[in-house]
Design a binder for this molecule. Structure first.
Ligand code: PLP
Length: 230
């Protein structure tokens, strides 16, 4: 599917959400998986707090944000949304780890033992995922697969951190098949290390990710529309 095919062709968030849920359902069925085991993470970066509130009103409870600073500006407006959980899916600098630990319920982008220890020292219970870099060249964040054993051991030594799985962001391509080998590799790494959560797949390649075992798909554009360039 070409990228422009997943840009919302319908007007309301409710309709776009229904379309995304249908895509998840169809992909899950094709992969003989239960769609209930796939979390739809609504990626609200760049959009105002009102977008989170609208999505919450439609039943969404898991939200992804990329920037600590940006979410700090919205957090007060969404604090009353009971049961809502916020995931950091962008790179986290360790000097922002305390603030991130206060604002988020899950940090999906832990990529070094140092960052894990910084988050631990914030003293708040946190779910964490390990961001894995699967494409050598371009990606600037994410742990090398070879560094995973050490990273996993470091996180397991942190009593406030609960390790739930692996996350990856393959190099951009408008061909969803291009991501498949990366998704498959992430699943193999998770299996090897006894981890069950797999955060992978976005608006244009969520079907591929679900076929390869995603338990969390991170969807922005297909729900909220195209983002203006930051
Ligand atoms: C922005 C972003 C997404 C959502 O991408 P869309 O193509 O808009 O669905 C998912 N994951 C990460 C890490 C992102 O930065």
């Amino acid at each position: 599917m070409a990228y422009w095919n997943v840009l919302p062709a319908v007007e309301t968030l409710a309709e776009r959400l229904a379309a995304v849920r249908a895509r998840i359902g169809t992909a899950a069925e094709r992969a003989r998986r239960d769609p209930a085991e796939i979390t739809l993470l609504a990626v609200t970066k760049v959009f105002p707090a009102a977008a989170i509130r609208d999505a919450y009103a439609l039943g969404l409870r898991e939200f992804g944000e990329n920037y600590v600073q940006e979410f700090a500006g919205k957090a007060a407006e969404v604090r009353d949304l009971g049961g809502a959980r916020f995931h950091l899916i962008g790179h986290l600098q360790s000097n922002k780890s305390n603030q991130a630990a206060e604002l988020f319920d899950c940090i999906q982008t832990v990529d070094s033992p140092k960052l894990a220890r910084r988050l631990e020292s914030a003293g708040r219970k946190l779910e964490v995922m390990l961001e894995v870099k699967l494409s050598g060249e371009t990606a600037k964040s994410g742990a090398d697969p070879a560094a995973l054993p050490e990273l996993i051991a470091a996180v397991r030594e942190c009593p406030h951190l609960t390790l739930s799985g692996l996350m990856t962001m393959p190099p951009w391509s408008d061909d969803p098949e291009a991501a498949r080998p990366h998704f498959r590799r992430l699943r193999e790494l998770a299996e090897r290390h006894g981890l069950s959560g797999l955060s992978m797949g976005m608006s244009h390649d969520l079907e591929t990710a679900i076929e390869e075992g995603a338990t969390c798909v991170r969807v922005g554009t297909a729900l909220f529309g195209a983002r203006r360039k930051a």
